[in-house]
Ligand binder design. Sequence first.
Ligand SMILES: C[S@@+](CC[C@H](N)C(=O)[O-])C[C@H]1O[C@@H](n2cnc3c(N)ncnc32)[C@H](O)[C@@H]1O
Length: 212
Amino acid sequence: MTAASARPPAAVTFDAIGAAYQDAFAASEPHRRSLDRLLARLAPGSSVLDVGSGTGRPTAETLAAAGHDVRGIDISPVMVGIAARQVPGASFECADIRALPLPRARFDAVCVYFSLLQMARSEQSELLGRLAGALKPGGHLMLATVPLEVEDVEVVFMGQTVRATSFSADRVLALAAEAGLTVLDRDEVLFTPALPGAGPEPQLFLHCRRAD
Ligand SMILES: C[S@@+](CC[C@H](N)C(=O)[O-])C[C@H]1O[C@@H](n2cnc3c(N)ncnc32)[C@H](O)[C@@H]1O
């Protein structure tokens, strides 16, 4: 698989964007708030899976600095390389989370910050179910997405033409419930990335929990 067209679109997109992503998004206050919520609830040395770990900032870096055992998964080799250099206290692996077998009841928390948007609807819902199953009873799932009712629409994101799929906020909540999760907190914001000419985009942050 050497031709760009044969590679998963998200890998092509984020290999091209690389560290510019964190320049635009890593200082997000709502993202920090979500991490603070999680940190306040994790026992020392908790085991955390970071799905679509990107550059490792802010998620893996913040959680690893607090002493947690963080495993990041990302489909983009460029992102994995950046994260491994920037966050030596976490481990990172290049893999497509859709195809990765997940151990059951293994993690105290799973983070999914903006990593579902290049997946089909059926893949997003199937993945949420598997991630919920990978949580220990009582474990936390932090989910962030762009809550728009769009399916396979072409958009230009940070100079890359991508096809994006998402759900309205209510449908994301329904998916969490279908995955067996209870939503403890819902933070809907408008966030403007630090990019020339960028406007505000809607973002949804959920704090979900698997039953004890
Ligand atoms: C928008 S970025 C967000 C990065 C990070 N979660 C953050 O909030 O800073 C989405 C990340 O998810 C990764 N990603 C997308 N689809 C993926 C998949 N199927 N498996 C693993 N990683 C994926 C991308 O490569 C990218 O690094």
